[in-house]
Design a protein around this ligand. Structure first.
Ligand code: COA
Length: 277
């Protein structure tokens, strides 16, 4: 183990830790929105290493193709679909293609997100709408379109929604994203109860700042706020994409059988320390 508690010497294309048995998700088909970069790609990589079939959804074809190449070493079967999560008809198309290619859907990870720092008085109605549309309505669209397929999953369908601790605390300068994620959190909890009788488990994963992501670049690095933000972390450092991916794998696996409607905060203690600095 190294100082961060990471097992060493287990790696794939991007030095991902393999902390679970490598057949943990065998036979499952997982849709990952925003799966071509950042946290979404990290989730895809770990899920692929654990035996899942992958469906990556993103807007840009070239980024999806790059992701497919990055993920080739996992040996996963991969379907890439260019679609905007804001468009319900396109989302239905993704679900249909997934069922045609893999026979069903077992795991849905709603990870696609939009965010930018903007004081509220400067935020335009369209800027507000863009973020609510991607984060909240995009999550609605995929849950809505995938329900029937998730219901048929042999393992019990899993929905993992990527939310934020700021859904509860609010986020000055990102009121749009905090509001959207508060909606996501409430949607998760509502559907956990509605869909429990169908064996579908829904949970939120709440990441803190994660290295090498667009979020950290635009929200902290571009504003020279990264060092200050690091001081707000109880563990003193930002996370890696596979910190989030391992948490998602846990929830997608049989270890998550009795977990639904929960928030799993994976943020290095940021939410707690932030109140003390
Ligand atoms: N500050 C203030 N307003 C901004 C902004 C910024 N940094 N970036 C975009 N906007 C506004 C635009 O001005 C526009 O409003 P207007 O028409 O009134 O001028 C509105 O937001 C929509 O912008 P647009 O670029 O047309 O939207 P889009 O649908 O192409 O992109 C975003 C959506 C804005 C969320 C874009 O940043 C994006 O695609 N992000 C995805 C990646 C990401 O955010 N990653 C980080 C996740 S933590």
């Amino acid at each position: 183990m190294n100082m961060d508690g990471q097992a060493e010497g287990t790696s794939s294309a991007q030095n991902v830790r393999l902390v679970f048995r490598d057949d943990l998700l065998i036979g499952r088909t997982a849709i990952i929105t925003g799966g071509s970069s950042g946290i979404g790609l990290g989730i895809a990589e770990v899920f692929g290493m654990l035996g899942a079939n992958l469906v990556l959804v993103g807007r840009k074809v070239d980024k999806l193709e790059e992701a497919r190449q990055t993920l080739a070493s996992t040996g996963a079967q991969i379907l890439t679909v260019s679609a905007d999560v804001r468009d319900h008809a396109s989302v239905q198309g993704v679900v249909q293609q997934t069922v045609e290619q893999f026979g069903g859907i077992d795991v849905l990870v709603n990870n696609a997100a939009g965010n930018f720092h903007c004081p509220f008085e400067e935020l335009t109605p369209n800027g507000w709408r863009a973020v609510i549309d991607i984060d909240l309505n995009g999550t609605f669209n995929f849950c809505h379109a995938a329900f029937q397929a998730l219901k048929r999953s042999t393992w019990g369908g899993r929905v993992i929604n990527i939310s934020l601790a700021q859904a509860a605390s609010g986020w000055p300068g990102s009121a749009h994203a905090a509001s959207a994620k508060a909606g996501v959190t409430a949607l998760t909890r509502s559907l956990a109860v509605e869909w429990g009788p169908h064996g579908i488990r829904l949970n939120n994963v709440l990441p803190g700042p994660i290295e090498n992501t667009e979020g950290v670049r635009r929200l902290y690095e571009a504003r020279n706020e990264a060092e200050k933000e690091r001081e707000r972390m109880a563990l003193g450092h930002f996370g890696q994409t596979d910190d989030i991916a391992q948490a998602c794998a846990y929830l997608a696996s049989p270890a998550g059988n009795f977990i639904t409607g929960c928030d799993l905060t994976v943020d290095g203690g940021r939410w707690l320390k932030r109140g003390w600095v």
